[in-house]
Design a protein around this ligand. Sequence first.
Ligand code: HEM
Length: 420
Amino acid sequence: MKKPSTEKRIALGIFITVVVSLMYHMSYDARLNSKFIIHQLYHNRDTFLNAIANGETNIGIVELAKRYSLTPYGFSKPTIWTMDLPLNTFQKNDAMPVNIIENLLLHDFYGRRLGTSLFISSVRTNDKKEKYLQGVKNEYIDFYMSKIKHALDKPPVDQYVHRQALYINSYLTWIVHFGDEPSEHGIKTIMSMCDMMSRQLNGTYIQSAFEPYVLNKLGFYKYLKTREYKDPCCFNAWAAAGYSFDDMFAEFAHNVFGMTIQWTYVLYRMMVENVRTHDISDAANYLLSDPPAGVATSRSKDGSTLVVHDLHNICRRAKKVEFVNTPICQSKCPFFKPKWTTAKSETGCIVLSNQPLYESDPNYAVFGSGERRCPGEYLTYRFMVEVSKHLKPYDITLTGGSEFIGVRNIKLYKFTTNDM
Ligand code: HEM
């Protein structure tokens, strides 16, 4: 029999390597999802049966954890609720349902996660947060804001208000992280990451096992790893500050949860309620009336329990915000660090020293508190003020039904045909 040529053998070798590595990555996710399903059946069977018996199949993860004794994947004991502020950075390690983290990120040959992010890490040493903040400097924010009018003017792609809000924010998420105009495919990829998280948090076991993002994430990761980014954007700022690519990917993936989903909820509300926030005090008070994140989470000291900080109820105790729009720390400040232009505020928040911060009332916990406080807070106020300048009133109709954006269950509104 004639032996195959060297070229053919090389091609076959490459083909087998590609197939095996694809199978490996897919099988890791398949193994994870099967472990997740077994965990749910073992720990939460009665919870889900009770919920079904009480006709509460569509109440979502947060409500379910509040009403029933729920053990999230990655924990061995039921969730505990607290009115304590989320202050302890040591308790941040993997402090969210772990299947979400695992499905967002990639793994090496031994199943170890590639990269980590501030959202799931207790580490704030080696200027980790200061480095992160380089992506949201004032001059960067000015550039991101210059894209908002264009984003809002984009032709509607969906008849539902929340889907259009998600589309707009997926576009903006791309700009903030990569600096250039996304393709429609790029926008859809970020939307599919959000849909994966919303479904995995609130959906059924079976739904969460097969998600388009999970099936395509290896290709997306490789595409991002090999391309160049346009200034200004988070990826270039983080790389210049010393981030590895895997950590940048992890920060980006978690920002799709921390930024895209939160902004979508805010924009949806502004569109539906036809609200405008003219300055950052307005923006802070609007968020306070219905904090988008609702909760922050910690891991108990022994690692067994997900502790849920009830930001929604903590914020109910907060006074009306009167934001003094002056930077937190001028260059004369003794804590000023020329390298990162950051400072530690009176309540322990690590912030850019030329951005303002409201910390008169500890119950204003919309963005968390202390060292863990959100680095995207000022950017979010600027986003809301900029949106308010360009948002036109929409003609919309309540259609009935509801859907989850992240952990929030929202009422469905459609644009009337004139806007479509
Ligand atoms: C309406 C918008 C937003 C809300 C309500 C929000 C809310 C929060 C909350 C409550 C925390 C504290 C979590 C904890 O203590 O564990 C947090 C942390 C965080 N947020 Fe945001 N966020 C928003 C927008 C953003 C944006 C735009 C970004 C990125 C540009 C961002 C990135 C982060 C990161 C990286 C953390 C982790 C900080 C740390 O642990 O040190 N967020 N956010």
